[in-house]
Design a protein around this ligand. Sequence first.
Ligand code: SF4
Length: 708
Amino acid sequence: MAEFVRGAPRRSKLRLYRGITVETFLETSLSPAVAYYRDSVAPTSQPASSGIPGVKKQGVSLYQFFAPGGVLSRTHPAYEFRRGQLQMAQAVEQALEEKRHLIVEAGTGTGKTLAYLVPVIRSGKRVIISTGTKNLQEQLFHKDIPFLEQALFPDGASRLNVCYMKGRNNYLCRKKLYDLTDQPVLSGLEEIEHYRAIAAWEKTTQTGDRAELAELPEASALWHKIDARSDACIGQKCSSWDKCFITEMRRRAMESDIIIVNHHLFFADLSIKQQSEYAPDAGILPEVGAVIFDEAHELEDVAGSYFGVSVSNGRVEELCRDVEASLQRNHMLSVSISSAVKSLRERSMFFFALLPQGEGRFSFENRRDFLEENGEEFMSLQQSFTRLNSELENLPSKPEEVFNFARRAQELQVQFGFLMESEDHNTVFWIERRRGGRDKFNVYLQATPIDVAPILQSCLFDTLECAVLTSATLAVGGGFEYMRRRLGLEHTRESVLPSHFDYENQALLYVPPDLPDPRTPQFAAKAADRIRRLLEITRGRAFVLFTSYAQMNDVYQRLLGELDFPMLLQGDAPKSALLEEFRLTPNAVLFATSSFWQGVDVQGEQLSCVIIDRLPFAVPSDPVVAARVRSIDADGGNAFFQYQVPAAVITLKQGFGRLIRSLHDRGLLVLLDNRILKKAYGKVFVESLPNYRKTTELAVVEEFFGIV
Ligand code: SF4
C-alpha cells in the first residue's frame, strides 16, 4: 500500500461494491485536471466596449498583466504564474465584450478575484460584484481593488470609483433616530447608553454604517428600531431624504464603476424592484452592464428566500408598535385607532396560536383543512388590517409616515391572503417556529418558490447583458447542467479551470470501507472510535464536520476525555471566536456543523485534517427540499439524481475545500460514509472531487503522516 501512495495503485480485481470498486474509487477523477471550455450557444459578435482609457492606452493586455514578467509579477510580492487565472480573465473579458453569460468554476488558489476585476476594469462598464460572504466583500474593497489601482495606475493618474454597499439594515435611519429624540421610548439602561452613543456618532459619521460603532453589540435591540430597512422608509417624502445615508449610498453607487454588494442585498433589491408599485424608492442598485456573482453556489437559496413571501407575528407586532409610537408622538392617537391596533394585535396572536404546532421548519400542506376549521379567525385578522388601514387613511392632515403604515397594513393583508389561499403550483407553503425567549415563539408563515429558475430567467438573466457566475464549487461530474437547470441559465459559456494546487500530492482522501451505514444506530460509536484513531495520527489539528447537531453532540460526548488534544465545540462561543481559538491553540480539534462547511479559511499546519461524518444530503423532510423533490419527480425527472445528489456534491466539495487553502498546505480528508463506495451514486461524488490521492487503508494514512 505504501507503493500506492507514491503513485503505484495496488491492483485489486475484487469488485467489492455495487456502484464502484475500491479500485475505481482509488483511480477515479474527472475533476479539473484539464480545463474545459464550452459554449451552449453559437457565438454572436458584439463590439467590444471601450474600457477605462488609462488601462487600454497603456496597452496592458490580459496576458501582459498576468503572464510571467508582466504587471502582476512586478507588483505582487507573492506572484506565481497561474494559468487558470489568465484563462479565467480571458473568459470573463470575452463574456463582457460579447454580452454573454458565463459560468466558471475556479478552484481555491486560482486568484479568481483579480481574474474578474482586471477585465471588469478594462471593460469600462459599470459592474456589480455580488459575493456570498462579508469577508470576500471586504477583501475586494480593502485589498484587491486598492492593489489593482496601484498596479494599473502607479502615477495616480486615474482612480477607480468603487463603492461597497451592505444591506439597508446596516445603516442608520436618520428619521427614526430624530423621532426617537423627540420622544424617547427606551427600555433599560443599556438602550439609553446605546442611544447616546448612536446620537453622538450620527453627528460625525459620513456613511451611517453601524460597523463604525464597534461598541454597539451585534444584537442591539435599539439598532433594530432605528435601522434603515425599507419597510418603514417613506422615500423622497422623508424630511431627512437629502441627508439620508441610503440616498447618499444610492448616489455613490450611481457614480461608481464597481459596486460591491452581497447576494442578500442584490436579490432583496431585485425583488423590491419587481414589486415597485409598493416601494418605488426601495431599489438602491443602479442599472449596470454586468453582474459578477462570486460564491455563486449560494444563489438558488438566497434568490428563493427573496422571491418568496413571509409574514410573522413579529412583523405584525412591529407594525402595531410603529403606529402607536408615531401617532403618540404626533398627538394623533385617537381611541378608535388604539382600538383598531388592539384588535389587530389580539387577532394576530390568536391566529398564530392556531397554526399547526411544532418547532423548526415544517410544511403547511393542509391549509384548506385549516381554513375550513379556522376560517372565521382568519377573516377576523384580515378585517383587522382593513379596519386599521381605513382608520389611518381617514386621519386628517396626517404625517407622511402614516401613509407608509397604511401601505404596510395593506401589504400584510395581501400577503396573508396569498399565504393562506393561493393555489400556485410553483410555491411551497410552510411554517417556521423558533423559540425567541422564555415562553415566546417567533412564528413565520412562509411561501417559497419551488423552482426559482423561471423567475431568475425572466427578471435577471433575460434582462441582463452579462452575468458571470463563479465559485470553487459549481460543477458536478465536470459539468454545469445542475446549476444551469436550477438557476434558469440557458445561454452561457462554461468553463472549468485547472487547479493551481497539486491536490494529488497535497491531500489524501481516506474512506473507511468497514464502518456501518451512517443511518444506523451503530454508526456513532464506531465513527467516534475511528475519529479518535485518526486524530492520534494527525495529532489533532482537525475540523470534524457533521451534518446534524445531534450527531455532533453524540460523537463529541463519546470523545470527551478520550483525546489528548483541546476540543472545541460549535455553540460554545461565537463562530469567529471559535475560529480564532482554533488558530491559536496548538493541536486543537473543532467539532462543528454546517456553518463551518464554507467561508472558513485556516491556512497552514494548524488545520491538517478535515473529517466529514456523512454525505451531506439535504434533510429530505425539509419542506422546501421535499417540495422540490416532489416537483421534479412529478415532471417525470429523477429528483435524486437531478437534485439531491448534485446539491450534496456541491456541499461536500465546499466542506473538503476547507483543507487545502494554499500551495503549502498538506493534509488528510476523511469521509466516514462509505456509501460513496457502495452505492451507484457514489461515482458522481468521486468524479466531482479534485484529484486527491485516495485510500481505504488506515496504514496509508499513517504513512502519509510519517508514521511507519
Ligand atoms: S429616506 Fe428612509 S431611510 Fe432615509 S432617513 Fe428617511 S425614512 Fe430613513
